[in-house]
Design a protein around this ligand. Structure first.
Ligand code: RB5
Length: 148
């Protein structure tokens, strides 16, 4: 199950991507926002990240105006590896090397056609493991050191 969420800056792009996911038969849960009215992106990022960390969802997509605020918020959660992508190469490599579990998009940065392609790559590219698994483990150690 894919978790998806946006603030008002990503609202239109989220709607476009949900249409694509529905057509493709990809299961997703929408964590808001549910209208174009202004809202606070950290709240939506928290909903999506908690759904992933609890195991209710496997991966997530977060969208705000630039993608930057959502990235900052999501990467505060230990175990979340959120990648802001505006190109297909980064989307492929962040799956292969970083095992990114959240894709972040800028709704005011890229158009729906490119966003759709990036999402498709994010959903279908496997993690390579090996030395990359060790490095991801190191990311989680940084988080636990800083929290003690
Ligand atoms: C909202 O105007 C905007 O600040 C937000 O969508 C996002 O881009 C923040 O990083």
């Amino acid at each position: 199950m894919l978790a998806i969420g946006s603030d008002h800056g990503g609202f239109e792009l989220k709607k476009a991507l949900m249409d694509v996911l529905t057509k493709q038969g990809v299961e997703f849960k929408d964590f808001g926002t549910y209208s174009p009215d202004s809202c606070d992106y950290p709240n939506i990022a928290g909903e999506v990240c908690r759904a992933i960390l609890s195991g209710a969802c496997d991966r997530g997509v977060l969208i705000c105006g630039t993608g930057i605020g959502m990235s900052m918020a999501a990467n505060r959660f230990s175990g979340i590896r959120a990648a802001l992508c505006s190109d297909c190469y980064s989307a492929e490599m962040t799956r292969r090397h970083n095992d990114a579990n959240v894709l972040v998009l800028g709704g005011r940065v890229i158009g729906p056609g490119l966003a759709e392609k990036i999402l498709e790559i994010f959903l279908n590219t496997p993690f390579e493991g090996g030395r990359h698994a060790r490095r991801i483990g190191m990311l989680d150690s940084i988080a636990s050191c800083e929290n003690t």
